[in-house]
Structures are given as C-alpha cells and as structure tokens.
Design a protein around this ligand. Structure first.
Ligand SMILES: CC(C)(COP(=O)(O)OP(=O)(O)OC[C@H]1O[C@@H](n2cnc3c(N)ncnc32)[C@H](O)[C@@H]1OP(=O)(O)O)[C@@H](O)C(=O)NCCC(=O)NCCS
Length: 164
C-alpha cells in the first residue's frame, strides 16, 4: 500500500530525483531541498511512499495578503511517476496537502496548470477546482531589456501631509 505522508528532511535525495524529472533538470540541490524542508514554514510538501521509494510529491505555499481576511494556499507542484499514474495517488497527494493546510486554518486554494494538461485539469476538476484564469511567468534575467527602474518610496519616507 502506498503511504501518503508529510515529507521529511531525510527524503531530500529522493525528492531531488523526482523534482529533477518533474522540472526537466531545473531542480534544487539536495542540500537546498533539505534546508527548505527543515525551515520553510510557509510550504507544505507531501510525498507518496512505496516501501522505501518515493513515487510522487505535492507542494503548496501559504499566501497571505492585506487584501483578504483569509490566507490561501497555492498548490505549486504535483507529480506522480509514470508507472504509478491512474491509481489515485495524485488525488490522494492533493487531498492530503489540502488537509494539512486546512489544519492551519487555510480554506481557499489556488492551482495553475497548462490548458493542455488534460490529466492535471481532469484531476483538479474532479477535486472541486474550477475557473479559467491564466498564469504568466517572467524570468527577470532573460528579460533584462524590459527592466524599468521605478523608485519606490518606503512608508517612513512619505510626508504626513500627502497621506491624508
Ligand atoms: C497530473 C498527475 C499528477 C495525475 O496523477 P495520477 O496519480 O495519475 O492521478 P489520479 O490517478 O489520482 O487521477 C485522479 C483523476 O484525475 C483524472 N485523470 C488523471 N490522469 C488522467 C489522464 N491522463 N487523462 C484523463 N483524466 C485523468 C481522472 O479523473 C482520475 O480519476 P479516475 O482514474 O478515477 O478516472 C500526473 O499525471 C502527473 O504527474 N503528470 C505530470 C506532472 C504534471 O503535469 N503535474 C501537474 C501540473 S503541475
């Protein structure tokens, strides 16, 4: 039986292997993964463990904004190895991650995926996600020519008379 549980620091080498496949080579180091698992309190990572092998993982981050009375979580990654797909592991990982956030009072979830990712869309919709928003990405290094320098004043430097 495949066990779904929170990731532990000792999972770092196995998570390195999975994130490397998921991110097509653009993954963190084992040390970076260990450090993040040990200290990033804003992130929840659940793993699917088959005996001593990890066959999937799901990550989410808590977001809090002055705009909302509630915090919400963004599910940032969900991956199941090829050979273990269509066995309900993706769904179990997602639900376990949501449950862990819910223990911390989070009731709202956001998720983004490609509009051609049939498997992920079907899974998310079957778990109650809906909507059609588009998420765009930007790499500042690759877009250096589009960088503008806009001075931002800190609150302390603002004059009281303009803050009526
Ligand atoms: C998306 C992904 C995590 C699904 O994992 P999974 O373990 O195969 O999913 P589950 O077995 O839990 O599927 C749950 C439901 O999702 C839907 N689903 C999953 N894969 C599907 C597919 N290939 N085609 C159509 N529907 C699919 C089905 O409704 C399925 O329920 P069912 O099997 O009872 O019909 C997996 O395909 C994956 O890792 N893909 C590559 C990474 C990725 O794209 N991640 C998501 C974007 S960040």
């Amino acid at each position: 039986m495949i066990e779904i549980r929170l990731a532990q620091v000792s999972d770092a080498p196995k998570l390195k292997r999975l994130t490397h496949i998921f991110n097509e080579g653009d993954s963190n180091t084992i040390e970076g993964i260990s450090e993040s698992l040990a200290s990033n309190t804003m992130e929840i990572v659940c793993v699917a463990n088959d005996k001593e092998k990890l066959v999937g993982f799901c990550c989410g981050q808590i977001q809090a904004s002055m705009c909302y009375q509630y915090s919400y979580a963004v599910i940032t990654e969900l991956y199941v190895t090829d050979e273990c797909r269509r066995q309900g592991i993706g769904r179990r990982l997602l639900i376990a991650t949501e449950s862990e956030f819910n223990k911390r009072g989070v009731t709202h979830f956001h998720i983004a995926t490609g509009d051609d990712n049939t498997a992920a869309l079907a899974l998310y919709q079957s778990c109650g996600y809906e909507g059609t928003s588009v998420m765009l990405e930007k790499d500042m290094k690759a877009n250096a020519d589009k960088a503008l320098v806009v001075p931002v004043k800190s609150a302390a430097s603002l004059m009281p008379h303009i803050c009526r």
